[in-house]
Design a protein around this ligand. Structure first.
Ligand SMILES: C[S@@+](CC[C@H](N)C(=O)[O-])C[C@H]1O[C@@H](n2cnc3c(N)ncnc32)[C@H](O)[C@@H]1O
Length: 232
């Protein structure tokens, strides 16, 4: 098994163990006092949704964003939730059934291999994209699938600038279910996400949250982007 495959297996195993209680434990994520729900709401607002929109939620987990999205898109809209971990998707499915939503489809896939539907009005990823080594590719694939007024929004964690290495390691170790925290810090995925969004999108904005431990990044489809291939 390659290093990438074993890291992915470890991640799936970790989230299988977390799935059942994720909705409760995640309230204290990444640390008690962190305004996670308020930031989620900001992220959904940054999508600029309208009734009837199609939204892809990348690494949707148990679907904690779904109700916020549903409130705006309504029954004529559509959500596609994508996640790697079967147990997280099972919780998402339970949420969908409990709420009687008939406009949500769930796809078990690696975000890096997911084939975005054409003409997506919005793509969201919360607290997840930095865990995907190919995050820049995911942003590029998504950007190419956006509709004319489509928006891409990422909410995720980062290490504040000028933080001594050992502090970053300690802080991150408490919140990150990774095989290697060192690898995550060294890889600086937030910087890769920022660079890719700047490259692929127009009207790019970057907001640091909670003392630089999180960020909200957003952008719109570039006007010089070619229309997605019909039938994609
Ligand atoms: C911290 S949870 C966040 C879930 C949800 N987005 C939220 O805001 O609550 C991270 C999720 O990312 C998923 N994930 C990690 N790597 C992934 C990948 N390469 N492709 C798809 N999903 C992935 C995990 O299975 C997990 O459900």
């Amino acid at each position: 098994m390659s290093q990438t495959d074993s890291t992915r297996e470890h991640l799936i195993e970790t989230y299988r163990k977390k799935a059942k209680h994720y909705d409760i434990t995640s309230q204290f994520y990444p640390a008690p006092g962190y305004p996670q729900r308020a930031h989620r709401l900001r992220a959904v607002q940054a999508l600029g949704l309208r009734p009837g929109d199609t939204v892809v939620d990348i690494a949707c987990g148990t679907g904690l964003n779904f109700s916020l999205i549903e409130q705006v898109i309504g029954p004529d809209g559509r959500i596609v939730g994508v996640d790697l971990t079967d147990a997280m998707l099972a919780q998402a499915q339970h949420r969908v059934e409990t709420n009687g939503w008939s406009n949500i489809s769930l796809v078990q896939a690696d975000a890096a291999e997911f084939d975005f539907p054409a003409e997506v009005d919005a793509i969201l990823s919360t607290y997840a994209l930095s865990q995907v080594p190919e995050c820049a590719e995911v942003i590029a694939h998504g950007a190419a699938a956006l509709s004319g007024r489509g928006r891409w929004v990422v909410l995720d964690l980062k290490v504040p600038e000028k933080t001594p290495g050992w502090v970053a390691q300690l802080g991150t170790a408490t919140v990150r279910p990774f095989a290697s925290i060192d690898e995550w810090i060294a890889r600086r995925p937030w910087a890769a996400i920022r660079a890719a969004m700047q490259e692929e999108l127009a009207d790019f904005s970057w907001t640091e949250l909670f003392f630089g431990t999180a960020f909200l990044a957003a952008g719109s489809r570039r006007h010089d982007q070619q229309d997605p291939q019909p039938g994609r």
